[in-house]
Design a protein around this ligand. Sequence first.
Ligand code: G1P
Length: 301
Amino acid sequence: MKRRARLGQVRKAVIPVAGLGTRFLPATKAMPKEMLTLVDKPLIQYAVEEAVASGIEEIILITGEGTDPIVEHFARQRGLERELKKRGKAGEARLVERLGRLARVRTVRQAEPLGLGHAVGCARRLVGREPFAVLLPDDLIDAALPCTKQLLEVHAACGGSVVATQRVEGPALERFGVMRVEPAAATRRKWRHRLFRVRDLVEKPTLARAPSSWVVVGRYILEPEVFDFIAAIRPGKGGEIQLTDALRIAARERAVHALAFGGVRHDAGDKLGFLRATLYYALKHPELGSAFREALKSLKL
Ligand code: G1P
């Protein structure tokens, strides 16, 4: 029986994976960036697990050229499961089976890389008229309460669209969407000084033109009206259809909130950030952590 969505319930997450991964070449020549291994699982798995831990049931991957391995990673592979069991590897068989059952994964192809807004717009038919989450897998967020779940709580209380934010000082800010914000009435104590009403957004401004140091981090809860805004905008920064520009309309005509999320964010979108994230997650790993710490010490850096 098909489950019906409760009003306002967020069941679907859109995860764009069609990027070219140019910053990781040559590693990403024949393999999508999202399949790079971070400690013991591919980058994409962190985002999908966060979505699932936040109550999301359906993942919509926006795919491009060469992204089949990502889809395959979350598909059932009964042959492999059977073979592992036959060889007495029950633990590994469970691991593989769990991955195949994690979420319902659907895909839509972005024929050309025309920007993040365009990528999200490709999900319109699969999302339908319900609010949905967007996760950018380059932004790795480690948090006791998953970041997407934190945003969903704000969405349930305030309605409208919600984005994750953090402060970034100095020239690093120029790599983000930057917002003009005002404090929002925090209906819950835990949101005090952390919840904002977004008044304006600019995609990757120069430092001099940045409206504040509050940047958009790659986690969003969006109302379906954003598809109309995406369809209405012209190419923006870098000649691309920018999600930030669609949110700008949403901030003016509807409501957009920003939550300074709790947790640690890593930018796994470039080599150094990816290495830092690898160290962080390896040191925290329940089985590898302490041995890895010793291994680092033995390098006598
Ligand atoms: C995208 C968005 C940007 C946002 C960033 C977060 O940029 O366009 O607004 O601040 O993600 O990581 P990208 O990193 O894809 O260039």
